[in-house]
Design a protein around this ligand. Sequence first.
Ligand code: HEC
Length: 111
Amino acid sequence: MFRTMNPALSAAACLLLIIPAIAFSADPAAGRKLAGQCKTCHGLNGIARIPIAPNLAGESQIYIQNQLKAFRSGKRQHEMMTVVARDLTDKQIADVAAWYESIKITATLPE
Ligand code: HEC
């Protein structure tokens, strides 16, 4: 089936796959602004300020993004995060995930 596919069509299909990736290239600076909505619980620096919230500093963009989309779709549920994620766009999710990923952290093992 693929062998008989029109080459122009397959090129167009490839472009369709590439374009959204470019359109959603994440902007950590915009994400920093959006993180103003997260800081009460996760901190602007990604270090949690309430015990039931996780640290997000240095967490991978992919992981943060996947969790926010799961909260948004209802696949993952939490009384606070379901409300927070409900109205976020894909671009906002990519940006805020890029912000938290960009924070440099170090880990020190206990003695
Ligand atoms: C009112 C407090 C509160 C606010 C505001 C809030 N969060 Fe959360 N967030 C939580 C809590 C609590 C959890 C833990 C959920 C659970 O136990 O399943 C969480 C979980 C998460 C997770 C999953 C992390 C993991 O390790 O699985 C991500 C990602 C996240 N929040 C991102 C955000 C972002 C981005 C914002 C701002 C747009 C935000 N949160 C705003 C309280 C908050």
